[in-house]
Design a protein around this ligand. Sequence first.
Ligand SMILES: Cc1cc2nc3c(=O)[nH]c(=O)nc-3n(C[C@H](O)[C@H](O)[C@H](O)COP(=O)(O)O)c2cc1C
Length: 579
Amino acid sequence: MKGKDGEIFRICLPWQLLQLAVTAILAVLLVFFWKLSAVSGPSLDFQTHLAALEANGLLVRVDRPINKDTELHPLVRWQFLGGIPEDERRAFLFTNVVDSQGRHYDIPVAVGALAASAKIYALGIGRAVDEIGAAWTHAIANPIPPVVIGSPCCQEVIISGDDLRCPNGGLARLPIPISTPGFDSAPYLTATLCITCDPETGVRNMGTYRGALKKSDRLGVRMSARIGGAGGYLHWQKYRARSEPMPCAIVIGCAPAVIFTGPQKLAINQDEMGVAGALAGRPIRTAKCVTLDLEVPADAEIVIEGVIDTDLLEPEGPFGESNGYVALEDYNMSMQVTAITHRRSPVFVSIISQVTPSESSMIKKVAYEPMFLAHLREHLSIKGIGRVVLHEPLSNVRPLIFLQFANDAPRTEVWRGLQGAAALRADCGKIVIAVSEDIDPSNTDAVLWSLAYRSNPQNDVHIEPYRSIGHAPKSGAQTLDSTMLIDATLKYPMPPLALPKREFMEAALEIWKQLDLPALRVQQPWHGYSLGDWSEAWDAFACNAVAGEWQKNGLNTFPRRRGGLTPETPVRKVEGQPK
Ligand SMILES: Cc1cc2nc3c(=O)[nH]c(=O)nc-3n(C[C@H](O)[C@H](O)[C@H](O)COP(=O)(O)O)c2cc1C
């Protein structure tokens, strides 16, 4: 028996060990893939995205009480005003939100979680920053239709009827912050995805439009009526022609890939939910609204359902806008809320906008730049176009566009590019500047430097009349604007850039590091390079100099002395071009 038991024991031990080992390996793999999915795959709902931000050290939790009416946005504003480099910006999650009436909200508020930086935006779609452009181009060309499901988590709680109107009920239950305390007339919804449907074609539009708190069951909504403005406004016009109110669902918080289609400018007849699916890499789960014939992302945090009056408009504003000025009172849309649905424990999302840089400008910049580049490169086939940069600080991303061209781009192509960039959108490209490939278009100082030495305003600046004022402040009498196109590219060979050659700067950088001096933030240009107007003879002088043999150069120039010349006469005017 003993022997037998011992036999069994001997057989069992390796078998149990094997089981243990397999379980351990599986557990390690599970944790590995969970971690991997937290950083690489696109998050399919907003709270998974918050977890991914936290796992990547990109989230600041604020657990002390914060007043949403006076403190919340100003605190996050410091991140954009305080000289913190863009890639060090964080998302903020406020878990203890109060208001000026002393009320405490049980719903946390996230700000900066969508696009405080390009890194945060990229994490939202599970890509690297330099893949954002290609991801958009691919998604627009290859949409994936959504799938409709039942019992969505965005409807775990449904508030309707009298519950929308009771004291502190309805919209007043939501911790909606004031963006520009001291100027804004109300708490505003900013991170919205306003879903409407074309009553004729049934095509859905999703746009990010602000919403002002008016009553616990009423919002003021601003859908821009300017040319190239809001897609939702075009739907509103069609409902108005039918004398019908317009159904509208306002989604707050969902998968970043879905939210990002809100501020993106897509073709009006393209279903943006399909583009969102392609950005996310799989169909978006949608669900029917409880009071409207519209579908919303099933995994959303909060959905506000309602109908927009197409007869009466209501004064809306003032509100601090992304052009950096306060929008004064305008007549805008009035939305009667029919239901609010949300997850059992939702998170409220807000976008920080107003003076740029901001989250609002970043969310547009990363999406618009690839759109402009694709337009110039693929649709207009502009030869030599390299990069498109929409200038962001203070100006916002619309009025100023910088184009970078290859040095051999024909001038006619530079001008076609300037015109193409100015024409793509009615509200973008008031001033378009072309620079050459050695100028970093994301460095405004470098663009101005190019303007200073590589353009002659009389020949290289064109002003064209008749541009709409776009998204500009409306004060003053001006109703029409114009367009300025500037060719600041290199048009003839120029002397080298006056910095030490690359090899000397690189060697010095090694010494810098060995000396443990402060970390550097290097930007172009950081070394000298030839711009065409240079010769072997001058190169030989420079080689002699760095070899400590400068006297050879003096021996060379002594016999070349001349009389009867004015100082600063170029030598090559007298001797001819050196070899
Ligand atoms: C934070 C934020 C707020 C915005 N607010 C508005 C707004 O109130 N009204 C508007 O028409 N556009 C607003 N925009 C710009 C639109 O979202 C953008 O023009 C987008 O292309 C609209 O989508 P659509 O083309 O489907 O209408 C806002 C953008 C952001 C990022």
